[in-house]
Design a protein around this ligand. Structure first.
Ligand code: FAE
Length: 546
């Protein structure tokens, strides 16, 4: 095989992309090393928080909850300091792009790993992961004993890596999502506000029927409907007009150019382009990337001391700092917020947090599966990375399945799905004094409930179509992707670890405002609900606490 240089070009002048297509599968990726970090090797000095800063508000994390809080606090005239452990993804790498394709992960792809950990680990049974330099990449595959939790790292949190599917739960299911929240308020005010703030839109149905990039979705629809299942378009924050222009060849390709899991260079309305852009435009919001909060504790004389470490892109600590804030919002995501709070309670920094902190964590019932189609049901060698449709069997079988892409660049004859299921199991975070880390009690076997629910859809489709499951995508002879979640939820449940607006019990001026508040399941993809709940809570907090 030709050798590969740092830019991903092979010595015979063939680009990595062409090499992969030329080998006829994504397996070629396994043999290639992940490039070398050259760009953005230094922390972004312009927004570094000074040691000893004294600010009104610190927000830990820049995902959905944090972005909503920052914007609304700033609009209320309050200065906000955001602390984000990941990078501000604004600087192109050596290939001129900020983000690599999903088919060619490199140093930018994973958070502090020396080997990629793609959600689909195999193809035709062969492993596809490969060595990469340790780097502050965009996707964290965080391993706990029973589950790998995928999360976005950087300014914009999960919005940097997710599929952008922006789904409001059916109203009849809302009582199971957030039992202590008034549904009328959410559906009349906060869901509409969230959808507007996020820039949610729907695919043009006529273009959907025409474009070769959604052949896989049309096949998914045909199979769902022939088996009698409800099939629905799913809204998304991707700029649909941009995607049509991609198809027309008038703009650079992003969703139609295999970009998603490791970032989209164009087209997706991430938080950096919506809530955070608006927040920054107020002039009252400062974001310090590559800073990780390590502790929060009461300050003498009131307020809180927030300790943090500043890292470089290799993960080395370049400074330790502390700042004082009158109020602190935990928006580090379900896992990030829960880990921090559990550790701070156990180690004596915040001993008054109640025993609900760390409880009630769920995986939104995520489970993945592929089906092998007949050769006359081709799903297309070109596929948009942005899913636009789902199969709804929630009421009858407890599963809502997204028809997901497999954007390999070749015809796979596979239909691929990420299901959200009514999995009832809930795990707890606990401090491990031996390792100094935080463990999660989730057990892989608990996914069996999700598999059973997903099978209510796919067993029936397979029977009707005379097809079988793929067993080569998650290992050798392994059908179900039951080792992971994209949708961590809970750990500081609304009304239990906090009051009904996210105020942490035991500490005035400490708030949770992210997915940690939600008790484990949203019945659909979660970020619209996280955003809407944050809109609801911050409105009340600004009105009464500030
Ligand atoms: P999140 O967005 O995770 O933000 C937390 C931020 O805090 C991150 O930027 C962290 O780097 C940062 N952080 C953590 N700890 C610290 C610390 N100690 N110090 C400083 N910063 C810290 O939280 N959801 C959908 O609704 N639709 C989809 O299509 C969809 N697709 C997904 C695909 C993938 C591959 C993944 C990973 C997730 C997907 N999700 C999707 C889930 C969605 O992105 C997730 O629910 C939200 O991002 C969670 O929002 P939070 O505000 O809770």
């Amino acid at each position: 095989m030709a050798s590969t240089n740092q830019r991903g070009n092979t010595s015979d002048g063939v680009s990595r992309r062409r090499l992969l297509v030329g080998t006829g599968s994504i397996l070629g990726a396994a043999a290639l090393i992940g490039g070398t970090p050259t760009a953005n090797a230094q922390p972004l000095a312009a927004t570094d928080i000074p040691d000893g800063a004294n600010v009104p508000v610190i927000i830990v994390g820049t995902g959905y909850g944090g972005a909503v809080a920052a914007l609304r606090l700033a609009q209320a005239g309050i200065s906000v300091q955001m602390i984000e452990m990941g990078q501000d993804w604004v600087t192109p790498g050596s290939d001129g792009k900020i983000h690599p394709k999903v088919t060619s992960p490199d140093y930018r792809s994973f958070w502090m790993r020396t080997r990629t950990k793609a959600p689909l680990s195999n193809f035709l049974g062969f492993p596809i992961d490969k060595a990469v330099p340790k780097y502050a990449g965009i996707l964290d595959a965080e391993d706990f004993a029973g589950i790998t939790v995928y999360q976005g790292r950087g300014v914009g949190g999960g919005s940097l890596v997710n599929g952008g599917m922006a789904v409001t739960p059916k109203r009849q299911n809302f009582a199971s999502v957030l039992p202590t929240v008034n549904a009328d308020e959410m559906y009349n005010t906060y869901y509409p506000r969230a959808n507007a703030g996020l820039g949610v839109g729907l695919i043009d149905p006529d273009w959907f029927e025409r474009t070769s990039y959604y052949q896989y979705s049309r096949v998914g629809r045909k199979h769902a409907q022939r088996s009698g299942f409800g099939w629905t378009f799913v809204p998304d924050v991707y700029d649909w007009n941009y995607m049509v222009a991609e198809d027309n060849g008038t703009v650079p390709k992003s969703a139609l150019g295999q970009e998603i899991l490791y970032g989209n260079n164009y087209g997706k309305k991430t938080l950096a382009k919506t809530y955070l852009a608006q927040a920054r435009a107020t002039g009252r919001v400062t974001i310090s990337p590559l800073h990780e909060v390590t502790s929060v504790s009461p300050a003498a004389g009131g307020g809180y001391v927030v300790a943090m470490k500043q890292i470089d892109t290799s993960g080395n600590t370049v400074a330790t700092k502390s700042a004082k804030a009158a109020r602190v919002f935990f928006a580090a995501g379900s896992v990030g917020t829960s880990k921090l709070l559990v550790k701070l309670r156990a180690t004596g920094a915040l001993p008054g947090l109640n025993d609900q902190v760390g409880q009630g964590w769920g995986d939104n019932g995520n489970v993945m599966v592929g089906r092998a189609n007949h050769v006359w049901d081709s799903t297309g060698d070109v596929q948009s990375t942005i899913p636009c449709s789902g199969i709804d069997n929630w009421d009858a079988g407890g599963a809502f399945a997204e028809v997901a892409p497999l954007p390999t660049g070749i015809e796979t004859f596979a239909s691929f799905y990420l299901s959200i299921t009514k999995n009832p199991n809930r795990a707890a975070f606990s401090y491990n004094a031996g390792t100094g880390g935080v463990d999660l009690s989730w057990q892989t076997a608990w996914k069996q409930d999700s598999i059973t629910m997903a099978k209510t859809i796919f067993d029936k489709i397979n029977k009707k179509e005379g097809t079988i499951y793929r067993s080569d995508l998650f290992g050798t002879n392994k059908i179900w992707g039951d080792h992971l979640t994209y949708h961590p939820l809970g750990g500081a449940i609304l009304g239990k670890a906090t009051d009904n607006y996210g105020r942490l019990a035991g500490y005035s001026g400490l708030y949770v405002i992210d997915g940690a508040l939600i008790p484990g399941n949203t019945t659909v993809n979660p970020f619209v609900t996280i955003t809407a709940l944050a809109e609801r809570n911050i409105e009340r907090i600004i009105a009464t606490d500030l």
